[in-house]
Design a protein around this ligand. Structure first.
Ligand SMILES: C[S@@+](CC[C@H](N)C(=O)[O-])C[C@H]1O[C@@H](n2cnc3c(N)ncnc32)[C@H](O)[C@@H]1O
Length: 234
């Protein structure tokens, strides 16, 4: 598979290929502070702004085991989903969860997706923070072009802050959360390593600017510690 230069990881360096999907599903919820709250916000927004029986098209970038798409599908049961991930194992987990009715699985680096499409909804939740900052900027432009006018991009991710004290405080709280929530020391070591050496967080203020440069209007919906949800409209 062709991997773009804009990512600082590959699916094998992320270790997901060696995870059981049950362990991954438990670990991701434990390891990302406010993961459930972030998804509650997405579901509430979708419930409020879309028709339940609508046949919307949704693309999920870095879909993992499909946790986020599953939450959207609960409130949009007729929507058509394209799930993109560069990990075979993760997409296999997603397939187990979501099946094949109205769901298409795309094994690809999302940076190499076609330049244009007409999706109603784009999702990237906890899947962009491995990009270089230049990669993030490029990706936001691409996502803008993937959406039809009026389309919405749910961007949930780990982000840092321009203010260095605020950034340090958020990191401390993030690691403290990992210490509290990890089920065992091996899991703690893995996720602490992941956060310290694999993640490449950009300040939320910069990312809002880049999203606006791409053409989006941006509404911050959640910002606690390093966890943020931005609802971006084309
Ligand atoms: C941590 S999961 C998040 C999944 C889900 N949204 C959630 O919150 O549970 C992020 C996924 O992004 C994928 N990913 C990271 N960079 C990618 C890239 N450049 N192209 C495709 N997938 C990527 C990883 O393989 C991983 O499965």
């Amino acid at each position: 598979m062709k991997i773009a230069k804009t990512t600082n990881v590959t699916s094998s360096s992320l270790n997901y290929d060696r995870y059981s999907m049950t362990k991954y599903d438990r670990d991701i919820v434990n390891s990302i502070p406010f993961h459930e709250e972030l998804h509650r916000h997405i579901q509430e927004y979708v419930k409020k702004h879309y028709k339940k029986d609508g046949t919307y098209s949704v693309i999920d970038l870095g879909a993992g085991t499909g946790l986020t798409s599953a939450i959207v599908r609960e409130v949009l049961p007729n929507a058509k989903f394209d799930l993109v991930d560069f990990s075979k194992q993760m997409l296999a987990g997603a397939k187990k969860k979501l099946g094949t009715k109205n769901v298409n699985y795309i094994l690809k680096d999302y940076a190499n997706l076609p330049a244009k499409s007409d999706y109603d909804i784009a999702i990237a939740v906890i899947g962009v923070h491995h990009q270089t900052h230049e990669g993030k900027r490029k990706l936001f432009k691409k996502i803008y072009r993937l959406l039809k006018p009026g389309g919405v991009f749910f961007f949930g991710d780990l982000m840092t802050h321009r203010d260095k004290v605020k950034a340090a405080h958020a990191q401390a709280l993030h690691f403290h959360h990992l210490v509290q929530k990890s089920t065992d020391q091996k899991t703690l070591a893995e996720w602490a390593h992941h956060h310290l050496f694999l993640n490449n967080l950009a300040p939320i203020e910069d990312q809002i600017e880049w999203l606006k440069d791409a053409g989006f209007t941006v509404k911050p919906v959640l910002l606690k510690w390093n966890t943020a949800l931005l609802i971006c409209k084309k």
